[in-house]
Design a protein around this ligand. Structure first.
Ligand code: GLU
Length: 474
């Protein structure tokens, strides 16, 4: 796969430097560290697809960074920029991301060189199905092997095509739907997966904002989301949902930067309306009461409390990091800050909430979807009514002993059993809170000054334990 830019290499170099720096704090042997760092397998494939009567050759790749736990897990990216180094970097981030949030998978990532915006739905379907078939042929996909998911340029539609291709070629396999996550609900998906990455970002940010020790001297008023000024880069699935949930909890979205330009309003932008405006007009520009920015990169340098890059890698680098005025950089995207950029941000006292923690909500809910597919039952199906019956008995007992009866509304609220969406959200919230404190504990214990190094180290140690517990080096 040709590397047409230097971006993939820069990204992989950054991930390696982050890893090496964190590994220098580890007690693990150098051999185990080398094994944890190396991508375990790389599969590159070229395949023909007929488009309008002509044959075109497409290039695809799947990197399984770690087999320390199976299946391996990570999205599939559709973009003309896809290259081997980029996918290696993304796959290794998946390994560490899963470890940080205790999702029992190795890391992987895939990509196909195709522009999803200029390709027809028919072409996208043919390419997706053929790419899936190439992976199936080599046993590189499956519920116990490697489980893809959406990433940049793909969504639930592509995952549905992959699941359908897998089922057609593995006819009768009971767990077949667990071969891919991020599927539509009607095809084995789970409620809450679409917004999971964005909601996880919100939970992670909320946790950091309540961390008085971390925020000491950073000039952020109050320890909550209320009134925090946020600029978001990328209004795709991740950026949109993250901004939406933060806004719902009182944050002010002052800027939205996109490919075609950006919009700014210091009094706040209604995220839902802005999203609708962009879908209807094909551009974020000219949204009501907002100032337009033709060059959206400039928006990263505007004054704000939180800068939320939620699009692609390497957007904050040594060339612009010195101009960033945000107090917190929240990495919604994978790899938005280069190692050189990070050094400058940290020197300027800016807190970075690292990708391998902050955007792990997506894979966390993918894990729940996979569990649902393996058990072939919707979460809440068995217990919801039984739970409600016992709450009703409790409410009845309270009413009898107090002599007071509750309103229908109070009764409905108190006797509600957990359904799939509430279980998914509670599992996600718990995961993001626990992982945050896991990272903070390592930071304090090892006297590490930044969250990324602590997050990498947390992951390295957890993975190391699973190698060590084998008793032999594999
Ligand atoms: N593509 C997402 C990520 O980078 C989700 C991966 C998954 O759910 O497997 O984290």
């Amino acid at each position: 796969m040709a590397n047409n830019t230097n971006e993939g290499k820069k990204f992989l170099d950054s991930v390696h430097q982050y890893f090496d720096h964190a590994a220098s704090y580890s007690r693990l042997s150098s051999g185990i560290i080398a094994q944890i760092r190396a991508p375990n397998s790389v599969y590159k494939v070229s395949f023909p697809v007929e488009i309008d009567g002509k044959v075109e050759v497409f290039e695809g790749i799947r990197v399984q960074h770690s087999h320390h736990k199976l299946p391996s897990k990570g999205g599939i990216r559709f973009s003309m920029q896809v290259d081997e180094d980029e996918v290696k970097a993304l796959a290794s981030l998946m390994t560490f991301k899963c470890a940080v949030v205790d999702v029992p998978f190795g890391g992987a990532k895939g990509g196909v060189k195709i522009n999803p915006r200029t390709s027809s739905v028919k072409t996208l379907e043919k390419v997706t199905r053929r790419y899936a078939a190439e992976l199936i042929k080599k046993n590189l996909i499956g519920p116990g092997m490697d489980v893809p998911a959406p990433d940049y340029g793909t969504g639930s539609r592509e995952m549905a095509w992959i699941a359908d291709t897998y089922q057609a070629l593995k006819y009768g396999e009971t767990n077949a739907l667990g071969c891919v996550t991020g599927k539509p609900i009607g095809q084995g998906g789970i409620r809450g997966r679409a917004e999971a990455t964005g909601l996880g970002i919100y939970f992670g940010l909320r946790e950091a904002l309540s961390d008085t020790e971390l925020l000491k001297g950073k000039g952020l008023n109050g320890n909550s989301m209320e009134g925090k000024r946020i600029i978001v880069q990328g209004l795709g699935n991740v950026g949109y949902h993250a901004a939406f949930f933060c806004q719902q909890d009182g944050a002010i979205i002052t800027g939205i930067a996109e490919r075609e330009g950006g919009i700014y309003n210091e009094n706040g932008i209604d995220v839902k309306e802005a999203f609708k405006h962009r879908s209807e007009n094909g551009s974020i520009l000219n949204f009501k009461d907002c100032k337009n920015f033709d060059n959206s990169e400039e928006m990263l340098e505007l004054d704000c409390d939180i800068l939320l890059p939620a699009a692609l890698e390497n957007v904050i680098h040594k060339g612009n990091a010195g101009n960033i005025k945000a107090k917190i950089v929240a990495e919604g995207a994978n790899g938005p800050v280069t190692r050189e950029g990070e050094e400058i941000l940290l020197r300027n006292g800016i807190i970075i909430l690292p990708d391998l923690y902050l955007n792990a909500g997506g894979v966390t809910v993918s894990y729940f979807e996979w569990l649902k597919n393996l058990s072939n039952v919707r979460f809440g199906r068995m217990g919801k009514r039984a739970e409600e019956a016992s709450y009703r008995r409790l409410v009845n007992a309270i009413e009898t002993s107090s002599g007071k009866s509750m309103t229908n509304q109070e009764r409905a609220f108190l006797t509600q059993g957990a359904d799939e969406i509430s279980l998914v959200r509670s599992g996600l919230e718990d995961t993001m809170i626990n992982a945050y404190h896991g990272i903070r504990d390592v930071m304090v214990e090892k006297n590490i000054p930044d969250l990324r190094t602590a997050a990498f180290l947390t992951a390295i140690e957890k993975i190391g334990v699973s190698y060590e517990s084998l008793g032999i080096f594999p």
